[in-house]
Ligand binder design. Sequence first.
Ligand code: ARG
Length: 457
Amino acid sequence: MLWEGRFKKEIDSKTNDFNSSIRFDQRMYKEDITGSIAHSKMLAKQGIIEESESKKIVGELNKILEDIENNTLEIDKDAEDIHMFIESELTKRIGSTGKRLHTARSRNDQVALDIRMYLKNEIQDIIKLIKELIITLVKKAEENTETVMPGYTHMQRAQPITFAHHLMAYVEMLLRDIERLEQTYNRTNIMPLGSCALAGTTYNLDRNYVKDLLGFSDITKNSLDGVSDRDFAIEFISDVSIIMMHLSRLSEEIVMWCSWEFKFIELDDAFSTGSSIMPQKKNPDITELVRGKTGRVYGDLMGILTMMKGLPLAYNKDMQEDKEFIFDSTDTVKICLTTLIPMIDTMKVLKENMKKAALKGFINATDCADYLVRKGIPFRDAYKATGTLVAYAIDNDKTLDELNLDEYRKISDKFDEDIYKAIDLKTCVINRNVIGGPAPEQVKKRIKEVKEILGKK
Ligand code: ARG
């Protein structure tokens, strides 16, 4: 034990298991070693340890890294955490020089550093995956700028849109997700080493040198905050929760679109599952799991917020729990994105079924009212006339385009032959040519912009 001077007994073994975090924090071995190398170089530069000692420490830390990566060094499950394990392994190998590494450092600033470094990498990976999903959605959108489908409110067919327009709505959400992650990255990119246990140190450290070595943009400005701040992790899990909420909404729609009630899409066999009893079944399990896993990421967010809320300054052991929340949300969002991308890429869009659904449900009723408005009728009157027309059509089991001109004229003498063109679904979509609207021209324009945005990212 590193603190054996103060203690007369070994720690109870069950207490040791309870106390230890090595089971989950071992995945930060690389960050821990990289941080220690920078710290050791700075100690030598400041004359706190000898140059030769630092060289020895750095050389051996690199060897430990290599040994862990090629599986020749097994991580000791009885160690309290990854920081203790690496330090004691170093000391085992190079003796008392290894004991100099922890000068002017505490595990409290060390763990804060490691998590920040770990998250910086994860954020970049997740942004890459989101970009891939956007590219996949944009590709599907490009193939469907003319694919008319009903747009819904209250799950009732409402107005005509295109499948491209619908998919591009998710692209907008995902672009915001990237933006949020980029902002979180900036606040994660601050170097806490030098805060030490809580009150800084009496040694003359060069914190900015460590910052530069490790590629951070700035250093923390208060030692208490430096070791007790987990805002960046909470923000990160909150970003991931929002991403998962988006993926879950998309998943829910895919579940519906696969059902016989909709049949708007068909998933590739490689990305769906069957039933053990019902031979006809093809289930969208992936999307259901994404929807389900969203709940566990929300749990991670609630967990970390609740864990932090009552903690006095500065470090408290409660904070060791942060890592399981962070790792779980990272792993979950990555696996969800990785699985969704090829599933969406290979799904078949059943355009005819979308069109059939669009033809039923009077989704061109607003366009019919707008037609009357263009003929000089105030919108409220046009709205009422069209409502009467819809009620008549329902009673006679017809759609608006199946009514003849006499039937139209019974409601308003403003109706002419050109009403049929005006309520044609293609026309209805093309005419929604406002910026942000479903008109193919608008959606194509936005697709082009998105490609440019992605090119710059
Ligand atoms: N394993 C600990 C954690 O993850 C490292 C910091 C321990 N510091 C302490 N003073 N016990 O939070």
